[in-house]
Design a protein around this ligand. Structure first.
Ligand code: BEZ
Length: 204
């Protein structure tokens, strides 16, 4: 399998952390692409009309996206019911945590695009603050509900872990740990996992 990604992408990291946890990482070759939301790579567009990362191309040529679909596919490939509980309260809890983590990563990426990619004269500071507030509210909710985060990885904890890792990588100056000791302690344990250590984000 081939994964179109970028070494800084938190969504790409989510896929690779899942692959490591499921014992499938060796079966995935990663093709890294430069980030340009206005000029996506032709190679990615050939596999995904949205031109978005990550996109997973299977050995039969079929492409899967987005990260939610890819991670659920990997779980299925590994026998199922590992990162995605199939039924019951655990399923809805982990899927909702995934949605929260995805939303925090989306908001952080929008803030990143606005501050680093958009020409300075076109930047809209109030909009950046609006995105950052979404992240802050997510962090506050997680601090209050940290017991919902599994110590053993599932798709919810993996997504939240990748969201926090991206905040450290791109928004370290915002100091998300301040006033959130319980969440910080959970992340210190989660970030020590070999799957997280093997996927530390980096600038391409
Ligand atoms: C980043 O540089 O922060 C980035 C690159 C690709 C995808 C997402 C984020």
């Amino acid at each position: 399998m081939r994964l179109h990604s970028n070494p800084a992408s938190p969504f790409g990291r989510k896929v690779m952390v899942s692959a490591h946890e499921l014992g499938l990482a060796e079966r995935i070759t990663v093709d890294d692409h430069l980030l340009s939301p206005v000029e996506p790579s032709a190679a990615v567009i050939a596999d995904n009309p949205l031109g978005k990362l990550p996109t997973l191309v299977l050995d039969n040529g079929h492409a899967l996206y987005d990260s939610r679909v890819i991670c659920e596919y990997l779980d299925h490939l590994a026998g199922g019911n590992r990162l995605f509980p199939q039924a019951g309260e655990a399923r809805w809890r982990t899927l909702t945590l995934q949605a929260l983590g995805d939303g925090m990563m989306d908001a952080a990426l929008l803030a990143r695009y606005e501050t680093f990619l958009r020409p300075e004269e076109l930047r809209w500071q109030a909009w950046v603050e609006h995105q950052k507030l979404k992240v802050q509210r997510g962090l506050d909710w997680l601090e209050r509900n940290v017991d919902q985060l599994a110590e053993e990885p599932d798709i919810g904890s993996i997504t939240i872990g990748c969201a926090l890792g991206y905040l450290d990588f791109r928004f370290g100056a915002d100091k998300w740990r301040d006033g959130r000791a319980r969440l910080a302690a959970w992340f210190a344990r989660f970030a020590a996992r070999p799957s997280m250590q093997a996927t530390t984000p980096r600038q391409m």
